[in-house]
Design a protein around this ligand. Structure first.
Ligand code: PLP
Length: 441
């Protein structure tokens, strides 16, 4: 009998023993195509010898040194590399162990920034419905996914959630995508005015929404308007690129494609590509200098901050992406995946929307394409797709219960950047089979 506490206590998973390229293998030798990189993590695929060697080399030199006493060579190198490529005024890197920690640090830094600026009343965070920013209580309170929040109220942070930018469901027929983008962004201004700008510290959003909305990109101009509003009211823009960052959408940082740069940016997942647990919070020079010239101490920290072995993996991963031309490849393979999904599901009576950027794509399932009515949650369409795909030897990321916290099913796809044309075909065929099985009952 196992002593592991599994995610689902009634569905004990098989034991994964090996990974190679786009495939994972369990103890019985069964092969699984990793169509979601786990949870948009394994961007380089499995068993990449360059990254493995970089980790081993670092382990031989120095596995760990506490940031209370030291900085380390790989942490310095990773911070330099990220800032060299980061957009806008991002200037400092705070290395953590994952996405929730990065968001938690972002929220506390935003809070401390305003306290040190002499505006302690600015404590309110605005985020969006149907978002996910992590599972620790602070990050969870930022997320607008009702299902994940349900059992944990009252949450820690003073929050409000505006509608997401969701063309498929919320754009009116008489609007252009640009008009809708503007209208959706202006909801932020309405909320700020409702709360009182002097009480708001930050707006947090994922540039392309991942797990809770199936690769939902913003409408054109949405984030430009968001940036303007934040600037107008002196509010920090926190972008959560934990899932959509690190090349996943076809640019190193997802927000580059929207022509905006945040005050704080969070990354994780693809930064370590699964070889090590690592995340980072990047902040602007202005924020850093406010702390530097104020208390001089960010009142936060974890034992594994700036972990050298994890940072060494991060350096090797970012260099591999850049040196091997993997980000342009995300765009070419992403176009092929989109074309294959369109060909397979474009006319499917239960596929309402196919969307995404780069190798971050999703499909939304509906009971009726004309009315866009979602399936009744009792049908459990998304969990059934997950199971049928897994049985057929594929890992994908179906989610349900996320459309405005009520109902809805979608599948998120985030395969490794090295996915081949044949593997794209295998992915789409297996997904088609899984959807048919899931819809049968
Ligand atoms: N933010 C986003 C957008 C995520 O998708 C996730 C995880 O899925 C997190 C934060 C939390 O990251 P982690 O699970 O590494 O704590």
């Amino acid at each position: 009998m196992s002593h592991i506490f599994p995610r689902h206590t009634k569905q004990f998973p098989p034991i994964a023993v090996r990974g190679e390229g786009c495939y994972l293998y369990d103890g019985n030798g069964k092969q699984y195509l990793d169509a979601s990189g786990g949870a948009a993590v394994s961007c380089l695929g499995h068993g990449d010898q360059t990254i493995i060697d970089a980790v081993k080399t670092q382990l031989d030199k120095l596995a760990y040194a506490h940031t209370g006493f030291f900085t380390t060579e790989p942490a310095e190198a990773l911070a330099d590399l990220l800032i060299e490529h980061a957009p806008g005024s991002l200037d400092r890197v705070y290395l953590v162990s994952g996405g929730s920690e990065a968001m938690e640090a972002a929220l506390k830094l935003a809070r401390q920034y305003f306290v040190e600026k002499g505006e302690p009343q600015r404590g309110r965070l605005i985020a969006r419905k149907q978002s996910y920013h992590g599972n620790t209580l602070g990050a969870l309170s930022a997320g607008g996914n009702a299902w994940r929040r349900a059992q944990f109220g009252p949450l820690l942070i003073d929050m409000s959630h505006i509608d997401p930018c969701y063309e498929y469901r919320l754009k009116r027929n008489d609007e252009t995508p640009q008009e809708y983008g503007l209208r959706a962004a202006n909801l932020l201004e309405e909320e700020i005015l409702h709360i009182g700008p002097e009480n708001v510290m930050a707006f947090a959003a994922e540039p392309v929404v991942g797990a809770t909305a199936g690769a939902l990109p913003p409408a054109p101009g949405y984030f430009k308007r968001i940036r303007e509003i934040c600037d107008q009211y002196g509010i920090l823009l926190i972008l959560d690129e934990v899932m959509c960052g690190m090349g996943r959408t076809g640019s190193l940082f997802a927000c580059e494609q929207d022509g905006v740069s945040p005050d704080i940016l969070c990354i994780a997942k693809g930064l370590g590509a699964g070889y090590q647990p690592i995340g980072a919070m990047l902040c602007s020079r202005e924020i850093y200098e406010t702390i530097e010239n104020g208390s001089g101490f960010f009142q936060h920290g974890h034992t594994y901050l700036g972990h050298p072995t994890a940072a060494a993996a991060g350096v090797a991963v970012v260099n591999a992406m850049l040196d091997r031309g993997l980000i342009p490849r995300v765009n070419t393979q992403g176009d092929k995946l989109m074309a294959a999904l369109q060909a397979q599901f474009g006319q499917h009576p239960n596929v309402g929307d196919i969307r995404g950027r780069g190798l971050f794509q999703g499909i939304e399932l509906v009971a009726d394409r004309d009315t866009k009515a979602p399936f009744d949650p009792s049908r459990k369409v998304a969990p059934k797709i997950k199971k049928a795909a897994f049985d057929a030897g594929m890992i994908c990321y179906p989610m349900s219960g996320t459309i405005d916290g009520q109902t809805g099913d979608h599948v998120l796809l985030a395969p490794p950047f090295i996915i081949s044309d044949d593997q794209i075909n295998e992915l789409v065929q297996k997904l088609a089979g899984a959807i048919e099985i899931a819809l049968q009952n």
